[in-house]
Design a protein around this ligand. Sequence first.
Ligand code: ATP
Length: 297
Amino acid sequence: MSAAISVRGAVKRYGGITAVDGLDLEVPEGTCVGLLGPNGAGKSTTMKLLTAQAIADEGELEVLGYRLPGESKQARAECGVVPQLDNLDTTLTVEQNLLVFTHLYRVPRAGRREAIERALALATLSDRRDSRVDELSGGMRRRLLIARALVHRPRLVLLDEPTVGLDPQVRQELWALIGALRAEGVSILMSTHYIEEAERLADTVVIMSQGRAVATGRPGDLISEHAGPEAIEVYGPPERLAEVESDAERQGLRTRRTGTSISLLTLDRASGPLPAGERRPANLEDVFVLLTGEHIA
Ligand code: ATP
């Protein structure tokens, strides 16, 4: 399978800060890869490198077979880019916003009408085509932002934090839209800091921390490899939790703390008795916390 995106050893520095620090990343054609990481992990910088809004200091980057930054124009012409910030033209209607992009993306005149209809249908905005953008709800605007990136039928779509700050219902709508793209065989790279989003949508999850990929794999495989299959959640006063923790660590188990409980993971390593507690399946959040030391949504 060829790669829609291939990144080897990318480094991007801003003065003394290394935002991306030797990143390897591969998006096989027709798959959805989720870039998951805490604030400051380097997700947005990675997206900027791939859209040539920033130039890597080191490394090899290829998008749809084009080398960056030399062939970034060609790459960008064949990609759909959904920015984190809504930069729609609020004085135009939904349809006019799409029309502008058919021009920018050089959709041939004869195909423009069909391209707009298709994008409207995908984003379920056909009946709002004549609304001005400033009359739309936040969720509709987000859908339009995605639709706008699709007018030229890109083979690859880059989504930077597509649902950040949206309420759960709107998030579900966007997940349906991204799911529809996936079903069409479009390659997708999506950055997110929502675990559930990555788990639901991504074939492959790349966990980023401090500018590099610390784990890459299917969500289920990452769970088995780093945390799973089961966890024991033990509740109790701080002294009891500390005792459970040190006993688990002596046995070589991995653990994570929340305010009132401790989760024991990698139970298959246990060499002695395990404490009583609530059994639950291990999950991607466990893996995330173990690998990045961070708690996120
Ligand atoms: P978030 O989820 O908060 O958006 P992120 O994973 O997208 O985080 P980046 O925005 O890529 O992370 O930032 C990675 C690091 O690089 C951070 O320490 C950030 O402060 C720094 N950084 C990013 N852009 C710049 C810039 N233009 N100038 C200086 N430092 C920057």
